[in-house]
Ligand binder design. Sequence first.
Ligand SMILES: *Cc1c(COP(=O)(O)O)cnc(C)c1O
Length: 355
Amino acid sequence: MDYPRLIIDTSVLKNNVQKLSEICHSNGIELVGVTKLTLGNPQIGKIMRLNGVDKIGESRLKNIVNLYKNGVPGPYQLLRIPMPSEIPFAVGIVDEFLVSMPETAYLIDRHAQEIDRNVSLIYMIDVGDLREGVWFEKAKEEIIEVANNLRFVHLRGIGTNVGCYGGVLPTEENMSMLLRIKDELEKELGRQLIVSGGSTVTLKLLEDRKLPKGINQFRVGEGIILGTDATGDRDIPYLRQDTVILEAEVIEVDYKPSVPVGEIGKDAFGRTPHFEDRGYRKRVILAVGEQDVKPDGLKPLEDGLQILHASSDHLIVDTTESNREFKVGDIVRFRMSYGCALRAFTSPYVEKVFI
Ligand SMILES: *Cc1c(COP(=O)(O)O)cnc(C)c1O
C-alpha cells in the first residue's frame, strides 16, 4: 500500500528554509514561502513558518483553509488573483491579495469592510511575461485611481510575476522598471509601497548582486522545496536538491525487443510512438504512471536507467546499462522536476512520508 511514495526529508527542508530566509532577510527582503507545489501541505507550511519564512503564499484558497485548519501560522498571501466568486469567503482568511484589476480590488474592499477585517493588496504589474498584471505602460494611472478609490483595505505595494507564460527572465532592466513605477506612485500617493519582485527565478539576480535596491518581497516555492529553478534551468548552488525523493516499486522484470511487434497505432495518450531498434533489452516495469507523476520530469538517482515510456499506471524503464540485477519488489528512487513534483504531491495515489 505504500508505493509510490514521496519521502520528504524535514531536516533538508529546514536547511533550505533557513538558508534562504537568512539570505533574503540580510538583503532587506520579506520571504513568502509558497506551498502550492505541495497541495498546501501543513507539515511543510509549518516547517517554513517556524524556520524563517515571513508569510505563507498559496494559489488555492482551499489549500489556505487546510493550512489554517491544521494550525499553520499565517499570515497568508493568495498568489492567484481571486475569483470574484471566492472573494466574500477569502476576505475572512487571506491577509494579502495579489490583484490586477480595479473591479477585483473594489470587491475585496467592499467585502473586507463588511466583515471589518483589514487586508492588504499588492497590485500586479506585467513587465513583459504576459501572465497576470496590468500592462506596465498603463500601470501608474490605473493604480493611482484604484488607490484613491479604496475605502477600507490597504494598498501595500506593487509586484510582478515573470517566468510563467513567456518564460521572461527577471533582469536589472525589468526590475528597475518596476522600481521607477513605484517611485512615481509613492510621489503621487505620499506614502511608501513595497515591491514584490518575483519567485524562485529572481533569486539569480540576488546571487549575482544585480537585484536593484528596493525590491523587498520574494515569493518562493520551487527553490525551497526542490532546490531548483525551472525557468533558469539550474540547481540553486546554496540550496539542497534532495528534500523530496520519489520511490516506486518494480512489478515486472523482463528481456524484450526494443521495437514492438505488430501494426503501430497511437499510444494511450494519442501520441505516435517512435522506436529505435537496439535489439533485445533488459527492462523493468514500475507501478507508477501519468496519474502519479510527469514521466519526463523523473530523474533516476542511479546510473544506467533510461525511462522509455509511461501510460496511466505503468512506467517502462530500460535497465540494460545498469549494474543492478533488478527483482520484482525492488524500489527505484527519483528526483523530480517542478511539474513532476507538482503532480506527485497532488496525486491521491502517491503516499507522502516525512522523515
Ligand atoms: C507559484 C507562484 C510563485 C512561486 O513560484 P516558484 O517558482 O515556485 O518560486 C510566486 N508568485 C506567484 C504569483 C505564483 O503563482
